[in-house]
Write a protein that binds this ligand. Structure first.
Ligand code: ADP
Length: 228
């Protein structure tokens, strides 16, 4: 097994006026390629911030993040964006689909950024896989929450990332739709070996992963292997 993510002594603070808020403090952990990993903890414990730092969407004040063996702080913004586009998929809490683009257009944005010629074909295939082949030309406002989340999943997976970060992927969905999205995520892990890093409030979902990292007040309180 090889390490896909290595996080060391990570710290993040926000300053507002004279106040300094420490959001993450001395966070260290590793994730093996192909692993399924959950990050849990109370609201405000730093989960979303940690996910953003790991995916290179934000920069820490202290410590390091190594993604696929590359220290993100050694890369400039363009190099980070390239690495993200090549290796990382991200599913945001509120889907973050582009409202002026159709489902298919949303899915193929990352592929077009990569200059892939068969983007449309891949996009249609992926939307079929998540059960949306009859919604290709719908705009996000014409889709239900579950459908939007499945478009977001297809988009995140379009470049076949080695690691997929998902922030509360079931948070805004009813139970049945949430279960479908979870199944799709774990299918990707099984079929393509995609590493999954899932922030969730849902302990049942967390228990489906191989390892659970618990955060409280910006610190790690547990890093446990899930027993089957
Ligand atoms: P969680 O995902 O566990 O709910 P977050 O990572 O969203 O936690 O937030 C952790 C803490 O950091 C919260 O207290 C939040 O208010 C604060 N925070 C997050 N982003 C910012 C920001 N851009 N500026 C100031 N404070 C922030």
């Amino acid at each position: 097994m090889s390490k896909i993510l290595n996080v060391g002594q990570l710290g993040k603070t926000y300053t507002s006026g004279s106040k300094k808020l420490t959001v993450l403090d001395a966070i260290s952990f590793e994730i093996e390629a192909g692993e399924t990993f959950a990050i849990v903890g109370p609201s405000g414990s730093g989960k979303t911030t940690l996910l953003g730092l790991c995916a290179g969407l934000d920069e820490p004040n202290e410590g390091f993040v190594e993604l696929s063996g590359k220290d993100l702080s050694d890369l400039n913004e363009d190099e980070r964006a390239l690495l993200r586009n090549k290796e990382v998929g991200f599913i945001f809490q509120n889907f973050q689909l582009l409202p002026t683009l159709t489902a298919l257009e949303n899915v193929i944005v990352p592929l077009e950024l990569q200059g892939q010629k068969n983007a449309k074909k891949v996009g249609i295939e992926l939307l079929g896989k998540v059960g949306l082949k009859d919604r290709l030309h719908h705009y996000p406002s014409q889709l239900s929450g579950g459908e939007q989340q499945r478009v977001a999943l297809a988009r995140a997976f379009s470049t076949r990332p080695s690691i997929l970060f998902a922030d509360e992927p079931t948070g805004n969905l009813d139970e049945e739709t949430g279960q479908k999205v979870v199944e799709l995520l774990f299918d990707l892990n099984k079929e393509a070996g995609t590493t999954l890093v899932i922030v969730t409030h849902d302990l049942e979902l967390a228990q489906k992963t191989q390892r659970i990292l618990k955060l409280k007040g910006g610190r790690i309180v547990a890093n446990e292997t899930v027993s089957i």
